[in-house]
Design a protein around this ligand. Structure first.
Ligand SMILES: [Fe+2]
Length: 208
């Protein structure tokens, strides 16, 4: 099932803000019981499941990157110094990772997604910041907020990080995955795993 179809199905079930479940990922990308084969671009086809995995990451990371950047701009409160810095680092790292994912699509012979419309159509990540009174996206210009909103921003980004980590795992489980894809997927995952720990610690949540 293509990611856009999955998004549509999830939307009907009211699951758009929920991180993908393991079962969702199996339905999306796994070819259980089939031997792994090297992907080849079929004549008349411009994509493979592995390219789709990487392109899905391009879309999701692009939305997440701008979201983190917006948080960096508008965060206020007693945690300003820490969170302004954290959100800035997330923006910078995601920008680097988008580049890595897009270049991988090119290495596989495809073309990375490059339009904002396509990013939004192929992402699980909500592009707005729904933290308390801080609203962007659908209510542009409303920058009223309170100090508790900074916690909500961290909570939202934590959920988004879970989505990104599942998408990196989807690459590794993808039909026809290559060693370089596994390597860069694992390497990039490190930032999201470690930063999730930072954010959970900040929120006083139990580590899993
Ligand atoms: Fe800045």
């Amino acid at each position: 099932m293509k990611f856009s179809k999955m998004l549509e199905a999830n939307s009907k079930k009211g699951k758009t803000r929920k991180a993908l479940s393991d079962q969702d990922l199996l339905e999306l990308y796994s070819d259980q019981g089939q031997p792994q084969q090297q992907q080849e671009v079929q004549p008349g086809s411009s994509t493979t499941p592995l390219m789709e995995c990487w392109n899905t990451l391009v879309c999701n990371l692009s939305v997440l990157s701008q979201k983190a950047r917006t948080c960096h701009w508008i965060v206020v409160g007693q945690n300003f110094f820490d969170l302004h810095d954290l959100f800035g680092k997330i923006y910078e790292q995601t920008a680097d990772d988008i580049d890595t994912c897009a270049e991988k699509v090119r290495m596989l012979g495809g073309n990375p997604t490059g339009s904002f419309n396509d990013f939004l159509e192929n992402t699980e990540i909500n592009d707005g910041i729904n933290a308390g009174n801080v609203l962007t996206g659908s209510k542009k210009g409303d920058f009223s907020h309170s100090e508790k909103d900074d916690l909500s921003m961290v909570q939202e980004l934590l959920v988004d990080f879970e989505t990104i980590l599942k998408l990196f795992e989807a690459v590794i489980q993808c039909e026809g995955v290559d060693r370089h894809s596994c390597f860069i997927s694992d390497t990039m995952s490190g930032f999201y795993i470690k930063t999730s720990w930072f954010m959970k610690s900040f929120l006083g949540q139990q580590q899993e």
